[in-house]
Design a protein around this ligand. Structure first.
Ligand code: DGL
Length: 276
């Protein structure tokens, strides 16, 4: 059981920011990553559709044999976490909780901005989680949906002029709110960190939940005595639901290393489509 991989999934490449942090924190663990590239973006879809996709994604990883699931997608965390818990009997951790707890820890003034997909903002899940994590103080939370950030990242447009223009349009209203902390409430957004940081201003702390999620993953496995004790390093296997070639290029750029194994699959039927 302990040598089984950790399953990590997202709608596309965004969850690779979480995978990168998990690999750094737990180098002895193997990981299976699923990016649902055929159906990205999830953030503009309805709750029912997000739930259905999430169940299919998680089901695929379970069939592969994983010891826990890391939901590396805020949109799924915000809209389908209860459904996943009801469907699957497996330890499950999602990025939203660690991100909210970190924001509550780092804010000095209690004025917190949250940028995320439409589906995450509409769910109100971040506001609730930040308030739960700040029981003894007043916090003001300003949420803003940034739908164009996801396609920019999926296209690899992370430091272009277009990215700067889009960031200015989305973040100008938040600058006026005098926030001191900004939650990157979508796992795609850390890939735009330089642009987001320059636009919102150096006095605002950016919260990227990847590190905190990796830390909580380590704690969860340790508490359950499920850490891989092997001294050899873990391996990562990647699955996508479409366009493996595109994913391959962007993923290697994000991870800064070649992918050992990449395969395109249908998560609903689990049929092999193409291999690297
Ligand atoms: N990376 C995902 C998130 O954290 C979702 C992006 C999308 O598919 O819209 O919300």
């Amino acid at each position: 059981m302990n040598s089984l991989p950790i399953g990590i999934f997202d709608s596309g490449v965004g969850g690779l920011t979480v995978l990168r942090a998990v690999r750094r924190r737990l180098p002895q663990e193997s990981v299976i990553y699923l990016g649902d590239t055929a159906r990205v973006p999830y953030g503009v879809k309805s709750r029912g559709t997000i739930e259905r996709y999430a169940v299919e994604d998680a089901g695929f990883l379970l069939r592969k044999g994983v010891k826990m699931l890391v939901v590396a997608c805020n949109t799924i965390s915000a809209n389908a976490r209860e459904r996943l818990r009801a469907e699957f009997d497996l330890p499950l951790l999602s990025v939203l909780g660690p991100g909210a707890r970190m924001a509550a820890r780092v804010t000095r003034t209690g004025r917190i901005g949250v940028i995320a997909t439409e589906a995450t903002v509409e769910s109100g899940a971040y506001e609730r989680a930040i308030r739960v994590a700040s029981p003894n103080r007043d916090v003001e939370i300003f949420s803003h949906a940034c739908p164009l950030f996801v396609p920019l990242v999926e296209e690899g447009e992370t430091d272009s002029q277009v990215a700067c223009l889009v960031a200015e349009q989305y973040l100008a209203p938040l600058r006026e709110k005098r926030i001191d902390t900004l939650v990157l409430g979508c796992t795609h957004y850390p890939l735009l960190k330089p642009v987001i940081g320059a636009t919102i201003g150096a006095n605002v702390t950016l919260v990227d939940s990847a590190e905190a999620t990796a830390e909580e993953t380590a704690q969860l496995l340790e508490n359950r005595r499920a850490l891989n004790q092997s001294s050899s390093g873990g391996v990562s296997r990647f699955y996508v639901t479409d366009a493996a070639g595109r994913f391959h290029k962007i993923a290697e750029r994000i991870l800064g290393e070649p992918l050992d194994y990449l395969e395109a699959v249908e998560v609903w039927g689990h049929d092999k489509l193409e291999s690297k």
